[in-house]
Design a protein around this ligand. Structure first.
Ligand code: BT5
Length: 249
């Protein structure tokens, strides 16, 4: 199956995810909405996404539903990594479960996939992707959490148009893989994670805090952890911090 890559370029919006959700019915399947800046970019749980000019803010429209909602996050993260492989040799980026891309212990990119409902049923998924591309150090310091950009890593500016074009191609690529072969999508995604066998601090949305060993990630994207007393838990989402210097047996 072939898809035509389709990008809708906007200058400034509140949030590309909000724009794509509001225009969902008129946007085609596989369209990528890209904005130069966002006035109200958001992350999970209503958190703010710092969105000055110089970065990628994009939302991918998925109308064909397959697998679990988490498969949309897998499509998005793999697409970002593939663009990095093309444009930034030796970037060292990896997926940090569930929705981040990190370099070292700094966040480079975040993904936020949101469902679109029609008549009470899921009609599609909007995959929001933010990548810090040409963000200078001064701006990174304003984020409040350790963050990095490709400019900070390489001292080279990247052409955002080329980045967005490649992102649209790879998103469609992994979307098609997901539709045709979910297991392959999962195994491609899983191997880019560096969390299995690591000790982590995990905070699920219910406010609890666990220090535990990551045993595995299930095919629908759930993190499986084991506490020191042997208790096992499984979580679909949460915030994870890799604890330094410890690996599991
Ligand atoms: C995410 O949320 O990481 C998902 C971010 C998705 C942003 C894209 S941009 C295009 C589309 N339109 C939107 O409105 N959203 C999507 P979460 O895991 O909740 O992380 C949010 C946290 O990341 C914040 O609380 C900050 O600590 C940090 N953060 C904010 N802006 C950042 C940035 N530019 N770079 C790195 N970290 C940032």
């Amino acid at each position: 199956m072939q898809r035509e890559t389709n990008i809708l370029n906007l200058e400034s919006v509140d949030s590309t995810n909000t724009y794509a959700a509001d225009h969902f019915d008129s946007l085609g399947d596989g369209v990528l909405v890209v904005a130069e800046t966002q006035t109200s970019g958001h992350g999970r749980l209503g958190r703010k996404w710092h969105s000055p000019r110089g970065n990628i803010y994009a939302s991918f429209v998925m109308k064909e539903l397959f697998g679990e909602p988490f498969h949309a996050t897998m499509v998005s993260s793999l697409a970002v990594l593939s663009v990095l492989n093309d444009l930034v040799p030796g970037h060292g980026a990896y997926i940090k479960w569930p929705n981040d891309i990190f370099i070292g212990d700094r966040k480079l990119s975040g993904v936020l996939c949101e469902g679109v409902l029609r008549a009470g049923t899921l009609a599609g998924i909007i995959c929001g992707i933010g990548v810090n591309v040409n963000l200078p150090e001064e701006e990174l310091n304003r984020i409040g959490q350790p963050a990095t950009s490709l400019l900070a890593q390489t001292k080279c500016k990247i052409n955002l148009k080329i980045f967005a074009e490649k992102l649209a191609v790879y998103l469609n690529w992994y979307y098609i893989i997901g539709i045709n072969d979910r297991e392959r999508l999962f195994s491609l995604w899983k191997r880019e994670n560096r969390i299995i066998g690591r000790h982590v601090m995990l905070q699920p949305p219910n406010g609890a805090v666990y220090e535990a060993l990551v045993r595995d990630i299930s095919e629908d994207g759930k993190l499986q952890i084991e506490e020191a007393n042997g208790t096992l838990h499984e979580f679909a989402c949460g915030d994870v911090k890799l604890l330094p210097g410890q690996t599991g047996a």
